[in-house]
Design a protein. Sequence first.
Length: 272
Amino acid sequence: MDKKLDEIEFTIFDTETTGLDAASGDRIVEIAAVRFKDGQRLDTFQALVNPDRPICEAAFQVNKITPEMLIDAPRIKEVLPGFLKFIQGSCLCSYNAGFDLEFLNNELKLSSMPELEGIVVVDVLKMSRRLLPGLERYALCFVAESLGITTKQIHRAFSDVELTLGVFNKLNEMLYEKGIKDFKNFSNLFSINAHLLESMNSKKISEIQEAIDLNVRLHIRYISSSGEISERDVIPKEIKQEYGRSYLLARCCQKNKERIFRIDGILHLEIV
């Protein structure tokens, strides 16, 4: 977890499905991925999947995958072992990762295989919203265009992986410019692993509470909702919980007024 981003192997993946609701029986019809490290591609993965059910008209209008294309395709149970081996040991990324992860875990369950565990899952949509505040829309094609990427989105798994990779690389450059180069802060900001985020925030809350009890100042490095990085000394007053998030109420020594900081936006803190 203390590694630098350029030391981490990432896998961006995408799925195409028969519809939008895995819980109602929709299935994966295509899955693709690219694995890379420090901007260098390591390998690719791509497979059509026979879902043993029709693709709904709305899904077909998006991905244009026909029943004829899937007749000779393997079932998901044959595809999953190779995909799991492909992503092993990497940080898994997707655009709107909750959607793809739900379908992937549903297919694992239907194949009598355990859901994904012990792997960090990052949402590139979450990255986009944090680093590109104020966009009119956050659809993948719109975000890509805002970053100067001209590739057209055609809604097939591998092409969407390619587009997401382009967006990821652009956003990663922005992180480097802001001085965020470590995997720990990257995961804290953009992962969707509930247990991982809870553990990280609990550790910060514990350190903040210690400073409150000792009545001492904290030096914090913070990324705001607008994506700006700042460093400041604060006198911590209280930890607050609101709408499922944790916040630090503190007096900013530089501006001599009370401020509220999201705990998950605190990149570094130390007692001074």
